[in-house]
Design a protein around this ligand. Sequence first.
Ligand SMILES: [Zn+2]
Length: 413
Amino acid sequence: MSALTPAADRFHSELTELSTLVDGDRPGWTRRALSETDIAGRHYARSLMDSAGLSTRIDGAGNVIGVLPGRLGGREIMLGSHTDTVDGGGRYDGITGVLGAIEVVRLLRENDIRLDHDLVVVVFFNEEPNDFGFFCVGSRAMTGRVDRSMLAATDIHGRTLASALPDSGIDPEAFLRARYDFSKVAAFLELHIEQGPELERMDRQIGVVETITGINHFRALFTGRQDHAGTTPMDVRADAGCAAAGTVLAVEAIAESGTNTRGTSGQIAFTPEAVNVVTARAVVEGEFRGPDGSWLQEAERRLTEAAAQQAAARGVHVEMEWTTDDAPVPLHQPITSAIAEVADDLGFSRATMFSGAGHDAGIIAAKTQVGMVFVPSHDGRSHCPEEFTELTDILPGISVLLETVLRLDSSLT
Ligand SMILES: [Zn+2]
């Protein structure tokens, strides 16, 4: 191992510091996008980027962008991940890649290594799903995949995304214009925890991601009729809650029909919420995932049909919305090969793999060559408070990230 060894204590103390910037009213380590704690988390990351020697700015979509100028200027290698979490989430998802990228910058500077390319570090805004049905919001804005209809999307309280963004210091008009010039970006790399059990199961240190899952995200709004639970006969009810429940089971059945496919209804809300009232309104939100784009389209068609059947059988009205559909993303072979070679040369065991989790890297892949480096997740747990990766398992990931940057810097124009 060279002098370019990541500093374990530095990484650990920053991870610990970031773990204090959480919503105390929620379980786990909660720092949801569009919250006060998310702003605090991104500001903390920015302060680390500043002290590492990056010149930082926040773009129109809330992405924190830091630049370490290279010798030649004009061409860039980009690293990045996110600091927001799901409700009740863990300490490693996203943050590992952000702190890892900052550590790469520090190691370069401490060892007087000047790259040819500018090294750009991005803390993407709002990677996890928000209350408006969107995820990877910052990276979508950077790649021009946002539009006015997205701003008009509402949360369960009827609030629009346009009215929520200013609380996070984001002007909706600037948000729509926050495109990044990817013509100058030679490659993008993201370090991330695996969030699943495969690396640990195979006893491998580094995962080289070949494909990122496709995700089709839906919201079904059922409108029935509010009635007395005791006096209204079963055959005259329009129970929105039952139509929603039938749809949840349809998601499960459809997902079980494919290979490596998943389906989840993670959010459901009844109005009113009372044991003695027939539900007037129910909202189910969920998603399908899988490596095969045509299966995802078929799942979308089948669920739309199932929800309509569930509603029609009960005299309930349904509005089915597919808020995002992202096809599976194959990552770029020159970059994945470089990562695999680096892992071999540094003596780390590795495996090529499929990511069942979505990532900003999957969005950025439409604009430049992308690779992802995974490190193991203990017991495969993620999006829960128990999410854990040993520091000794994270450091090899940072070393691979750094060495891949060095190789791409000399091999790419
Ligand atoms: Zn993540």
